[in-house]
Write a protein that binds this ligand. Structure first.
Ligand code: PLP
Length: 314
């Protein structure tokens, strides 16, 4: 148990008159600060070892979308990594709500983060560090730019595999992303918009910030292994059920992508986004597919549905 669990949340500082809070507000070292001034120690194992986890929630028109699914995933990730989160779930919710409230943002991305923290001097032992909790709200932005979404993405399949899930568990949302960074540069060099990573057997896993679905004969298939179990992926299963589109969780060989009727990617920041070419070869005549559009429309309709949303008291 840390001190934060035993004491009330610290009284925040007054807002800074010289900075627009709509640029984002962070909770760091027990205080609320302008996002641009939220900086962590270079000694934090979260930085030096990527020993940390985080989540990304969406606030849409003043309401969280699927808030509790994100919080469940975040808390499970902390537990799996043996990160002793220094706040309770209730305190976490109060803190992230306060970040949004202070920013005044109606459309935002909200990130809770837990890092291993700084160890006692001279120690490289993770047990000698005290975990840190941070959170921030920043203006909403899509994973993929709107204009690229509207025409559909040209997705490149990387030549190198994603980090093995046996080495780093991708179900824990993490910042071990050098494979993605190399993949992105490769995709840009090859004239693509973004990248999909294969595993060592040539099956597709995911991309930097999104899951992938392939539509074939009217049914949607998504990879079974090697990726984060995205909240939007889970939401897509529910939307497809409502739309009577069958879904399958199964290996997706790279070759199946090119023969697909449609491909789309899913992410909290952007929702359901059409892929219209793989390695420069058009899918569905280079147009977003009809099933993709159907799922996408229903996805955005759910953002007004009280069953899927949690209002913030501004
Ligand atoms: N895969 C990775 C590696 C991600 O970072 C993300 C989200 O940022 C996703 C998939 C999609 O997850 P979600 O739908 O929960 O946003």
């Amino acid at each position: 148990m840390s001190a934060l669990n035993e004491s009330p949340i610290p009284v925040p500082e007054a807002p800074r008159p010289d900075i627009d809070p709509a640029e984002g507000i962070a909770f760091i070292d027990g205080d609320y600060r302008p996002l641009r001034e939220a900086k962590i120690s270079v000694l934090d194992f979260g930085f030096t070892r990527s020993d940390c986890t985080f989540d990304t929630l969406k606030v849409w028109d003043g309401k969280y979308f699927c808030r509790d699914l994100h919080l469940d995933r975040f808390l499970t990730s902390c537990e799996t990594l043996r990160l002793d989160l220094p706040v309770t779930r209730k305190e976490l919710i109060e803190i992230q709500d306060e970040c949004v409230r202070r920013s005044g943002l109606r459309r935002a991305l909200v990130k809770p983060i837990c890092t291993r923290g700084v160890a006692v001097p001279g120690s490289r032992d993770p047990r000698d560090a005290t975990p840190n909790f941070f959170a921030y709200a920043q203006p909403y932005s899509d994973t993929i730019k709107k204009e690229v979404q509207d025409r559909g993405l040209n997705m490149i399949v990387a030549s190198a595999p994603r980090i093995s899930p046996d080495a780093v568990d991708p179900k824990i949302k993490n910042y071990n992303r050098l494979d993605f960074v190399a993949g992105l540069f490769e995709a840009f060099d090859r004239g693509g918009d973004n990248v999909l990573m294969p595993d060592e057997d040539g099956n597709i896993t995911e991309g930097p910030g999104f899951n992938v679905f392939v539509v074939r004969d009217g049914e949607a298939v998504t990879p079974h292994r090697g990726m984060l179990e995205g909240i939007t992926r889970t939401v897509t299963f529910k939307l497809c059920e409502e739309l009577q589109i069958k879904t399958h969780v199964a290996p997706v060989p790279t070759a199946d992508l090119k023969g697909a009727d449609e491909v789309f990617i899913t992410s909290t920041a952007g929702g359901i986004m059409p892929v219209t070419a793989i390695d420069g070869e058009p899918l569905n005549g280079g147009q977003p597919g009809p099933k993709t559009e159907q799922i996408r429309d229903l996805y955005w309709a759910k953002h007004d549905d009280p069953e899927w949303t949690t209002s913030i008291d501004y």
